[in-house]
Design a protein around this ligand. Structure first.
Ligand SMILES: C[S@@+](CC[C@H](N)C(=O)[O-])C[C@H]1O[C@@H](n2cnc3c(N)ncnc32)[C@H](O)[C@@H]1O
Length: 243
């Protein structure tokens, strides 16, 4: 889910305008503006988004109420790179939404590879399925409608990479299930761990969701079963390696 990012990151065609904005604003901008500009700059310098993903991004923005849930280009590129580095045979994704991150995984998996993606809400299925078909990668995608907590135990598959991006209140439940299920040397990514920066707020009156996400971050950081890094880009992404 994107939070600090504009829902429509600038395309390469906007590059000149962006660099003008960047020069003007970097002198006087607030921390938030500077951060958003850094993300725009990073997006512009992180490869080219495919036409298919551009169209999916646009349709998600036009037809869904919460397009910011979608990974988008910058995070999508990161997921693609991680997949290329780990070269997993099987990936598990919790939270498909309109399928943007699923396609990033599918595009970079080897021909024998599979992405299992679980989505509780069938509302966006017509969008994700349409783009899965158009991608020519449907043979690599196992799309499962259901509740992640119920589906995970039913999957008798060795996953070398998992992406937790569903209902954030249950991050710890999914994380524990996966740390137990996955083998040593496997990796887990967890999205939205900075929760729009609210976890950093030193004020003790954090709202319930922020408290849960902060407690989860502490839990992972104290978990001797894994090695972990919290990457502070976009809405915060934790990468964990199971010992
Ligand atoms: C942040 S969105 C996923 C975005 C997608 N991974 C991407 O990067 O484009 C979270 C999704 O998780 C789904 N979800 C929420 N609770 C779930 C559950 N218990 N099991 C499976 N999916 C769930 C929501 O319906 C929503 O579509």
């Amino acid at each position: 889910m994107a939070t600090n990012n504009p829902s429509n990151p600038p395309s390469r065609r906007d590059e000149t305008q962006l660099s003008v904005d960047f020069n003007l604003q970097s002198k006087s901008s607030s921390k938030e503006e500077e951060y958003a500009l850094r993300e725009d700059y990073a997006t512009l310098h992180s490869g080219e988004e495919s036409d298919l993903l551009k169209r999916l991004d646009r349709e998600t923005n036009l037809k869904t109420l919460y397009p910011r849930m979608m990974s988008g280009h910058l995070q999508g590129q990161f997921l693609r790179m991680v997949t290329r580095m780990i070269n997993p045979k099987n990936i598990l994704e919790l939270g498909t939404f309109t399928g943007y991150s699923t396609l990033c995984f599918a595009e970079t998996l080897t021909e024998e590879g599979k992405i299992y993606t679980i989505e509780a809400n069938p509302e966006w299925q017509h969008i994700s399925e349409k783009y899965f078909s158009e991608s020519g990668l449907k043979h690599k995608i196992e799309f499962i409608i259901g509740n992640a907590a119920e589906i995970i135990p039913q999957l008798d598959v060795d996953f070398e990479l998992a992406f937790i991006d569903a209902d954030k209140q249950n991050n710890r439940l999914y994380y524990d299930m996966l740390v137990k299920k996955m083998k040593s040397g496997s990796f887990i990514l967890i999205d939205n761990v900075l929760w729009s920066g609210k976890v950093i707020d030193l004020n003790e009156n954090k709202d319930k969701d922020t408290q849960i996400i902060h407690a989860f971050n502490e839990y992972v950081n104290n978990d001797k079963r894994v090695e972990n890094i919290l990457l502070p880009f976009r809405d915060g992404l934790t990468l964990v390696r199971i010992n």
